[in-house]
Design a protein around this ligand. Structure first.
Ligand SMILES: *[C@@H]1O[C@H](CO)[C@@H](O)[C@H](O)[C@H]1NC(C)=O
Length: 305
């Protein structure tokens, strides 16, 4: 009994804290600028949970999109853009069909770059049309949100957060060209961290380390196509020179939908949090075909003895 008594003090403190905070804790107002496609499917799960915990959610999306549709756990605000659903669908089809084409590697590379350029242009246009939509921006500015939740692969949300002077929370699988490390000033040594597409492991020979340093150079070109126009847009809006890294460095927290089970360990900053388990939020039972493959009665012989 005497031994149990000291434990009572922290418990009472906890209860007091709960009573102080609990009844008056209010939900926040979250402005969401999502990336369309599969990225949105994971984000939707998180929004549903935020809504269940009493937060108010507004999602901003162009009226032409793939998956972002009305749901009862958020308010959807769409804005008009200058391309049609048909043009958007054609782009997606071109991208999908490329994966099944059997063409020479180089031809595939140039075709991919071409599609990437068109896709980037469409997203950049969409972002511009949001930022210059006076009514919508005025309304969002007047709504006094607490935070912007966004996937930085589509940097529009990060720019909007800066434009409205709101804190940003990033929710992402990954971002190319080590922009996350650069923006958070996180150590990122080429000699230890295997780079994207190199197939290197965390133990590299000298030549593999050279390869590890050269591969990111080619990706830089792709990142230039994807991200540089957003720096120009941010500079236009904020009326000063803004770099891509500055746009990303404004994030308060980076929530990575990854896990070191899948990716090689690397240094991280205190505001980088790994939430890979969220990808499994929507579990479904395995199909009968899958189960059948494993469901072998004991004593069964696959090969005749
Ligand atoms: C948002 O509102 C504030 C206060 O009215 C104003 O100073 C600011 O310029 C507005 N920002 C934008 C992006 O409209």
């Amino acid at each position: 009994m005497a031994a149990g008594f000291p434990n009572l003090v922290p418990a009472l403190m906890g209860l007091l804290l709960f009573l102080c905070v609990g009844p008056w804790a209010e939900g926040g107002k979250v402005l969401v600028v999502p990336m369309d496609g599969s990225h949105w499917l994971s984000m939707k799960e998180a929004l549903q949970e935020l809504h269940a915990r009493g937060h108010q959610i507004v999602v901003v999306s162009p009226d032409v999109n793939l998956h972002i549709k009305r749901e009862d756990f958020f308010t959807l605000m769409t804005y008009a853009i200058s391309y049609t659903q048909d043009e958007f669908n054609d782009l997606l089809l071109a991208q999908a069909s490329l994966a099944f084409e059997e063409v020479h590697f180089l031809k595939m590379f140039f075709k991919s770059i071409e599609i990437l350029k068109t896709a980037s242009f469409i997203f950049q246009t969409s972002c511009k049309e949001l930022m210059y939509n006076k009514d919508l921006i005025g309304h969002l500015n007047a709504s006094s949100f607490d935070v912007v939740l966004t996937d930085p692969v589509y940097p529009c949300g990060a720019i909007l957060a800066k434009y409205l002077s709101l804190p940003a929370v990033f929710f992402l699988r990954s971002i190319p060209c080590d922009l996350d490390s650069e923006s958070t000033q996180c150590p990122n040594p080429s000699s230890y961290i295997p780079r994207l597409l190199t197939m290197n492991s965390d133990h590299m020979t000298f030549l593999q380390r050279v390869k590890n340093m050269l591969y990111p150079l080619s990706l830089k070109y792709i990142c230039h196509i994807i991200f540089t126009p957003y720096a120009s847009l941010a500079s236009e809006l904020l009326q000063r020179d803004v770099s891509v890294v500055e746009v990303f460095s404004s994030a308060s927290v980076w929530l990575f939908r990854g896990d070191f089970v899948m990716d090689y360990p690397r240094p991280v900053m205190p505001n980088m949090v790994f939430i890979g388990g969220i990808n499994c939020a929507n579990r479904k039972p395995l199909s009968q075909v899958c189960i059948g493959a494993y469901d072998v009665p004991s004593g069964t012989h696959f090969f005749p003895p």
